[in-house]
Design a protein around this ligand. Structure first.
Ligand code: ZN
Length: 876
């Protein structure tokens, strides 16, 4: 069954309101649904009502209070069709279903784990609760009554405002919630259980008092403080930056420990994976704090971009996700260091989205067909979608973007709309034609921009020729030129930005060149000296740039570019070049040239007190083995990459030994812990230096000492990782791994870091260790966080271990996927994408990988999610 965008049509009936009554039972929950509805004006008078379900059991069906005779309807576990409904008059349908929340291991719909009932309905989970129009364009008002055992479930939550609470006298109690905002079913949520809570208040810009609550497991309440702080900052920021105000009297977040994704923006009741809420210095790293801040903001921002305005159909997913990621990125940039945040985004995009866009699972930001929508919650829809909104902002300027977005909120509040509706707002607000630009939504693949330049010294004229080309993606061979905003800096010999007297060859606004054709030559006049050209400043477009620039220019950008994103990129590019050459040397049996220029630039940057520590840490960190493999792109040999990187790392460590020792000494933090970005940056720099120092000293002792002295999880896990990865098998490593395991017994989120640190140790031996760790008492194959921390990390972040030449890594992984697929298909399909780039491996590994993917594809009972992924992976 494939769903096509072109088949979209409205429902035949309109839903005015829905009343849900849940009688919660661990193995039997009954759901009563009373739906006020009528035929849509203009719909055929005899069209039947067609609702969807998923694995449901019907327990009752009535029309206007009278049981429906069997000949009036057809019902299966996934479908309910009712005939002969009134042509004009409104009517009330009552549907009863029985569901089993405890048996629901898919974690979609209503499920109970760890003693807590919770829901996940996006995208198509509501149909696992009751028969309904489970689609985003059907908006209605929900009233939800929850009845449950009071001792076990003192807490009964749903969307909106609490309107009634009552004891039923039989050990049960009841709570009734009403959400005045019309919403689609995917935003429905229910939580029941026994949880701890922290509360705070926020007064909106118009003076509305809002109660804020975060619910977590008992004993973890103090760990919710940072998330609460992030929530208040998000609310304030959205008012100031985008004029968006919160709209209910209460905003709740619930942290649950078994959750497939990161978090979910249910109206007024966000539900989170607990790893994205819980933080304190002893258990969370600086990266955890940053993720928590970003995701709390992301889900909150959805209240406007997603909930008040939602998607007409799931093909429009990026309408809410791309825009909300962009808003989240801007928030992080304002809360932290803008260039450092931007570099992290660039790294993420290149590490995840570019390979998706260049591999068998490539799809446009707005796809036109899907087999399983869950498989389209991708980095393309999210992160590339965000980059597309960022490019709109770049083209229109901050004011133009704000005007367009204001119009969007104004025009479409309460609506379920399309990406065309979104773009039209920017066009109408600014008068700018975005029809060519819109291709970014419809064409898959990462454009490659090739640049060449020539300078005429006598005339002071620079010619810059830019050409663009997008490689073919599955099902799409002919690519058209895109509308690409490219920020270009011209740097004078003394390091300042130069401003030409005139530019021709295409539109230029500020420092942005509008590249619209397959090839264009921009001519810059009136330059006093030959400039160094800096392309794609601030990563203004999500493209690859191929520019054969003289090495001196690249070194200049790496050493002095005022745009720090470009500066980092130049440093990173130099490192990638050295590392790919070193890999080629290893494979050819030659000795590795470790390049002293690279070492100098890394060490100088790390020591440059004018730069913020977080940036220096980014510069000092070599590209990962995965980064190098992606740069090489084909015939990849992970073992050669590993050896080459080790040689280069070691050479840098030796030549910078004194500097690294100094940095480790100077950056000792004495004034207690703060999660704030500046302190985090100092820790990042110190720990990056510590890895080099340990390598230079060829001794586990500096890391062992750092572990013992650590007062926070960032330093602790950094030391542990250095030991596990650089000194595997040493006595210090074993001691520290054992100490950590015992110290954090009963802290599953912390032990996830321990699992991951070990699953990512390079080399063949790790597979056996991973298998052994599956037997650890803290490992739980039903918990997505545990599974991802151990098996997910092994498959996606351990190139030498997973890609063992004998194929045992693939076999182990495929066995796990097959065993887990019946239990949780969202999880297995997502994890399977770790193998999507198997075609870029050298032939021996590639064929062994392919054989395992084929073995999976050959099974009969795969979930639709996994079937879709493996089929697409094998097709191209
Ligand atoms: Zn989202």
């Amino acid at each position: 069954r494939i769903v096509y965008l072109k088949d979209y049509r409205q429902t035949d009936f309109i839903i005015e309101s829905v009343d849900l009554v849940f009688e919660l039972g661990e193995e039997l929950t009954t759901v009563g649904s009373q739906i006020r509805m009528k035929r849509r004006p203009g719909a055929s008078p005899d069209a039947p009502l067609e609702f969807v379900g998923d694995g449901l059991q019907l327990a009752g069906l009535a029309l206007d209070g009278k049981p429906l005779l069997p000949e009036r309807y057809e019902c299966t576990s996934d479908h309910l069709t009712i005939n002969d409904l009134p042509a004009d008059d409104a009517f009330t349908l009552t549907i009863k279903t029985n569901i089993n929340p405890t048996a629901n291991t898919q974690l979609l719909g209503l499920y109970r784990t760890n003693g807590v009932y919770s829901t996940q309905c996006e995208a198509e989970g509501f149909r696992r609760i009751t028969y309904f129009y489970d689609r985003p364009d059907v908006l209605t008002v929900y009233t939800v009554t929850i009845i449950a055992d009071k001792a076990k479930n003192p807490l009964l939550l749903s969307n909106g405002n609490l309107v009634e609470e009552r004891d039923l006298g039989d050990g049960r109690h009841l709570a009734k919630w009403h959400d005045p905002f019309r919403k689609p079913s995917y935003l429905f949520a229910l939580v029941a259980g026994d949880l701890a809570m922290i509360e705070d208040r926020f007064t909106t810009m118009s003076g509305r008092a809002v109660t804020l609550r975060i619910y977590v497991e008992h004993g973890k309440a103090e760990r919710a403080g940072y998330a609460m702080d992030a929530l208040k900052r998000s609310m304030k920021w959205d008012e100031e930056r985008f004029g968006r105000e919160y709209d209910l009297d209460i905003f709740m977040i619930v942290a649950v420990s078994d959750f497939n994704m990161g978090a979910m923006e249910n109206k007024g009741l966000n539900i989170f994976n607990d790893r994205l809420i819980l933080a304190d210095p002893e258990t969370a790293t600086d990266d955890d704090y940053a993720r928590i801040e970003a995701v709390v903001a992301h889900e909150y921002f959805h209240n406007w971009t997603g909930n008040r305005i939602t998607c007409r159909d799931w093909f429009q997913l990026s309408l809410k996700e791309g825009l909300t990621v962009f808003r989240e990125h801007e928030f992080s940039a304002d809360q932290r260091s803008r260039p450092v945040v931007r570099v992290d985004e660039v790294k993420f995009l290149r590490a995840h989205q570019f390979p998706e866009d260049g591999g068998p699972l490539a799809h446009p930001v707005r796809p036109t067909q899907y087999m399983e929508i869950d498989n389209f919650y991708t980095t393309t829809v999210y992160e590339k979608g965000s980059e597309v909104s960022r490019m709109i902002a770049t083209l229109l300027g901050e004011d133009g973007f704000r005007k367009g977005l204001d119009l969007f909120f104004d025009r479409h509040d309460g609506g379920a709309v399309t990406i065309e509706d979104y773009l039209k707002c920017f066009e109408d607000a600014t008068g700018r034609d975005l029809s060519h630009f819109a291709l970014w939504y419809h064409q898959a693949g990462t454009p490659v921009i090739a640049a060449r330049s020539s300078y005429d010294a006598a005339e002071g004229r620079l010619e810059l020729t830019l050409s663009q080309h997008t490689p073919p993606t599955p099902g799409e061979n002919d690519k058209k030129p895109l509308y690409i905003p490219l920020r270009v800096g011209l740097i004078s010999p003394n390091g300042d930005d130069m401003e030409p007297s005139a530019v021709s060859g295409g539109e230029r606004t500020g420092d942005v060149l509008h590249l619209t054709e397959s090839e264009q030559t921009f001519v810059f006049e009136g330059l006093g000296a030959k400039p160094t050209i800096s392309l794609n400043r601030d990563f203004s477009a999500p493209v690859r740039v191929r520019f054969d620039q003289p090495r001196e220019d690249r070194l200049k950008i790496a050493g002095a570019e005022s745009d720090l994103v470009e500066r980092w990129d130049a440093i990173n590019g130099l490192a990638l070049e050295v590392l790919t050459h070193a890999t080629a040397a290893v494979r050819a049996g030659r000795s590795v040239d470790t390049d002293s220029a690279l070492a100098s630039i890394l060490i100088e940057t790390a020591e440059d007190g004018e730069l913020e520590p977080a940036f220096r840490a980014l510069a000092l960190t070599l590209p990962s083995e995965l980064d190098i493999g992606r740069e090489i792109g084909e015939d990849v040999d992970p073992d050669a990459i590993h050896l080459a990187r080790k040689a280069v790392f070691s050479a840098i460590a030796n030549s910078g030994r004194a500097s690294f020792a100094r940095l480790v000494e100077e950056l000792r933090e004495d004034n207690g812990f703060s999660p704030e970005a500046g302190s985090a940056g100092r820790r990042a720099l110190r720990n990056a230096a510590l890895a080099y120092l340990a390598e230079a000293e060829k001794s586990p002792l500096p890391a062992r000492q750092a572990y013992d002295a650590a007062t926070n999880m960032t330093d602790m896990i950094a030391a542990l990782r250095i030991l596990a990865h650089q000194f595997p098998g040493s006595a210090e490593t074993s001691a520290v791994l054992a100490d950590f395991r015992q110290r954090f017994d009963g802290e599953p989120l912390v032990l996830d870091k321990w699992f991951t640190a070990q699953a990512t140790v390079p080399g063949e031996a790790t597979l056996d260790r991973v298998a052994e760790l599956m037997g650890d008492a803290a490992f739980d194959e039903g918990n997505p966080n545990r599974v991802r921390a151990l098996i997910g990390a092994f498959a996606s972040s351990n190139p030498t271990g997973f890609n063992r030449p004998d194929g045992a890594g693939y076999r182990f992984f495929a066995n796990f996927i097959l065993a887990t697929d019946p239990r949780n298909a969202t999880l297995t399909a997502r994890m399977m994408t770790a193998m999507r780039s198997f075609q870029s491996l050298e032939a021996g590994r590639r064929e062994k990988a392919r054989a395992e993917i084929e073995r999976i594809a050959g099974q009969e009972d795969l979930s639709r999610n996994l079937r879709d992924i493996v089929n697409r992976m094998l097709k191209s």
